[in-house]
Design a protein around this ligand. Structure first.
Ligand code: PGA
Length: 251
């Protein structure tokens, strides 16, 4: 009942020319694959050309961050309205790299999430524990804190727009994937928590993606788990063939 969602997170990769080549490849590979939602999360500077290139295709456009204010003196920031204007439908919020390198906190994740929703963008809110947190027995406490604080104040129809990405930090870009059982355990925990926060009906419909070294050879197993509804893909989304092979794993 939950439509799977596979999103590429290109991070700080691809000039405009490179982005156009990649997106042409993705369109060619996935044109016939209608059963999953397919999203590309591209750098701000690629949004306009990629958005143009995606017109008329089912592939959707995501940004990798958004500021919470509507406008004003926030040098270097981009508002939700600016993203909407470029045809963006999803926005990745609170990625662990932003938490680690750019001072992102649960509070700013929450502000961005609310601003995105208010502007009609669908947030992909990222959560996940570090290796030290997992080994220190704090995994569920950390994920619970990130979910509760990041989603504080959401109500009603907000929940229908939300996607969560569970990305164990130790699995991102490391080639170490969580086992299907490890991933499913946390996904089930998040869904149960969503039941408390949003109610059982909403919790049953919210998509929870797995992210962290998802590749063509592990995607199908991960996404066949009952609470894993797709993937947020970094490295393997930078090449059309591997991205499309992961999408095929979602069908
Ligand atoms: P990875 O990145 O697939 O390269 O591990 C995932 C992510 O950071 O979203």
């Amino acid at each position: 009942m939950r439509k799977r969602i596979v999103a590429g997170n290109w991070k700080m990769n691809k000039t405009r020319a490179e982005a156009l080549a990649l997106v042409a490849g993705i369109k060619a590979e996935v044109a016939a694959l209608g059963a999953a939602e397919i999203v590309v999360g591209v750098p701000f500077t690629d949004l306009d050309v990629v958005g143009q290139a995606l017109k008329g295709s089912a592939v959707q456009l995501a940004a990798q961050n958004v500021h919470w204010a509507e406008k004003g003196a926030f040098t270097g920031e981009i508002s939700a309205a600016m993203l909407k204007e470029l045809g963006v439908t999803y926005v990745i919020i609170g990625h662990s790299e932003r938490r680690q390198y750019f001072g992102e906190t649960d509070e700013t994740v929450n502000k961005r999430t609310k601003a995105a929703l208010a502007a009609g963008l669908k947030p992909i809110v990222c959560v996940g524990e570090t290796l030290a947190e997992r080994e220190g027995g704090q995994m569920t406490a950390v994920v619970e804190r990130q979910v509760r604080a990041g989603l504080a104040g959401l109500q009603g129809a907000d929940w229908d727009q939300l996607v969560i990405a569970y990305e164990p930090v130790w699995a991102i870009g490391t080639g170490k994937t969580a086992t299907t059982a490890q991933a499913q355990e946390v996904h089930a925990f998040i869904r149960q928590l969503l039941g408390v926060l949003a109610g059982a009906a909403a919790a049953a419909t919210i998509r929870i993606q797995y992210g962290g070294s998802m590749k063509p050879d592990n995607a199908k197993d991960l996404m066949s788990q009952p609470d894993i509804d797709g993937g947020l893909i970094g490295g393997a989304s930078l090449e059309a063939k591997s991205f499309a092979d992961i999408v095929r794993g979602a069908l």
